[in-house]
Design a protein around this ligand. Structure first.
Ligand code: ZN
Length: 192
């Protein structure tokens, strides 16, 4: 089921997420909703707080960008209760965006590699190292689970330049091709 995406300005996007029970009978359907919502919005990653749930889950599929970034050729994964073990390697820059902050893009520096421990969609514990764009998507989504957004990395000057646009997003004065819910109307759920 496609769910509306919570827009910038909501406290939901600033809340630290908590682990989810792997045995929760609603978990599989919720993960499917994350996929449906992400694909409908042409996204490459989506975290639970972006649809209102402050739970440690995100999904990522970078395969549409594989032509330019071969490291994401097979990168389609569900991350449940992830723990970032290490982010390392050279910093590199890429223009990021976020489905919760429509039409705002900015070049962000992130480490090239990441080692992360998580449960996959089959509830199997995994520990893997990802690099390049895969690592970047993971770091962006993992940040969401900590209540952090990519614009937090911008310099005060860059943020000031985006201030008006961010204010418009906050007030819902934007147009998107996918359903959204404004900060004012979004509801926070701590359980499935
Ligand atoms: Zn995002």
């Amino acid at each position: 089921m496609i769910r509306p995406i919570v827009l910038y300005g909501s406290e939901i996007l600033r809340t630290k997420c908590t682990p989810v029970s792997l045995e929760d009978p609603k978990l599989s359907e919720f993960i499917q909703d994350l996929w449906d919502t992400m694909y409908n919005a042409n996204g490459i990653g989506l975290a639970a707080p972006q649809i209102g749930y402050t739970l440690q889950i995100f999904v990522a599929d970078g395969t549409s960008l594989a032509e330019k970034y071969p490291e994401v050729a097979n990168f389609k994964e569900t991350f449940i209760n992830p723990v970032l073990l290490e982010a390392y390697g050279d910093l590199w820059t890429y223009e990021e965006g976020c489905l919760s902050i429509p039409d705002v893009h900015a070049e962000i520096q992130r480490p090239y590699k990441v080692t992360i421990k998580y449960y996959d969609a089959q509830r199997q514990l995994q520990q893997k190292t990802f690099h390049g764009l895969a690592a970047r998507i993971i770091l962006h989504e993992y940040d969401h689970l900590q209540g952090k957004l990519f614009i937090d990395y911008l310099s005060p000057l860059r943020r000031r330049l985006l201030k008006k646009r961010l204010q418009q997003v906050k007030q819902g004065k934007i147009e998107t091709v996918y359903p959204v819910v404004t900060a004012e109307k979004a509801r926070l759920f701590t359980k499935l």
